[in-house]
Design a protein around this ligand. Structure first.
Ligand code: PCA
Length: 218
């Protein structure tokens, strides 16, 4: 069985609940296609979040990495296209407030998601959930860890599909916060599951074509 690392984030700023945590809890341990989902929660802390994700990747050695974050104010499920080599944003949970610092001094300016984001968006919409590709993950913690996972894959020459999905607030958060558009938790969890199913279907197709390739050669 292959392993898929699925991460969420703890609450931050004035968002007392982070819906990604509950989604990760729901999906942790489930089997989707050939993947066993292994959940992890990251801190909203510029000084350790990236390192923690890389440590999880090195320990679990996942075959795919999907990270989730809250984009309060968005109305749709939004797989991200690109992560940029910058740290910038509001003060994090322990008081860091970097201004335009690079994430990796020697890293590329940006990395593209290696998840099947267009297929994910198409399937989400077919299943009745509003979705779109997002062309910016910002420069806060979500961008930070998306960049770190992709950078780690590149420098270690690991062809592991890796990327990030931003989600709207849950009703639970919207009730507490008072001023954000929201989805029911079950739809957020369903949306993420659909994205993972799309990824799993791609993986199965790739495995099948490798097997076919082998049988024709032999
Ligand atoms: N969303 C923030 C950080 C943590 C989270 O869930 C972001 O979009 O960067």
């Amino acid at each position: 069985m292959k392993k898929l690392l699925l991460t969420g984030f703890e609450p931050f700023l004035d968002f007392s609940v982070n819906p990604t945590m509950r989604v990760v809890e729901d999906l942790d341990g489930t089997i989707i296609g050939n993947y066993e989902v292994i959940g992890g929660i990251l801190p909203v802390d510029f000084s350790i979040a990236g390192r923690m994700l890389v440590e999880m990747i090195e320990e679990i050695k996942p075959d795919a990495v999907v990270s989730l974050g809250l984009a309060a104010g968005r109305f749709k499920m939004t797989p991200e296209r690109i992560a940029i080599n910058f740290k910038y944003g509001p003060v994090d949970n322990i008081g860091n407030k970097p201004v335009d610092e690079p994430i990796q001094k020697e890293g590329e300016a940006a990395y593209l998601s290696t998840l099947p984001i267009r297929k994910m968006v198409t399937r989400l919409k077919e299943e009745g959930l509003p979705a779109d590709i997002s062309n910016t993950a910002g420069a806060y913690l979500c961008n930070n860890i998306m960049y770190e996972a992709l950078h780690h894959g590149i420098i270690h020459k690991k062809e592991v599909p890796s990327g990030f999905i931003h989600m709207p607030a849950s009703h639970e958060l919207a009730i507490e916060h008072g001023n954000v558009p929201s989805w029911p938790h079950r739809d957020l969890a369903k949306g993420v599951r659909i994205c993972l199913e799309v990824l799993a279907a791609e993986e199965m197709e790739a495995t099948d074509s490798e097997a076919t390739g082998l049988s024709t050669e032999s």
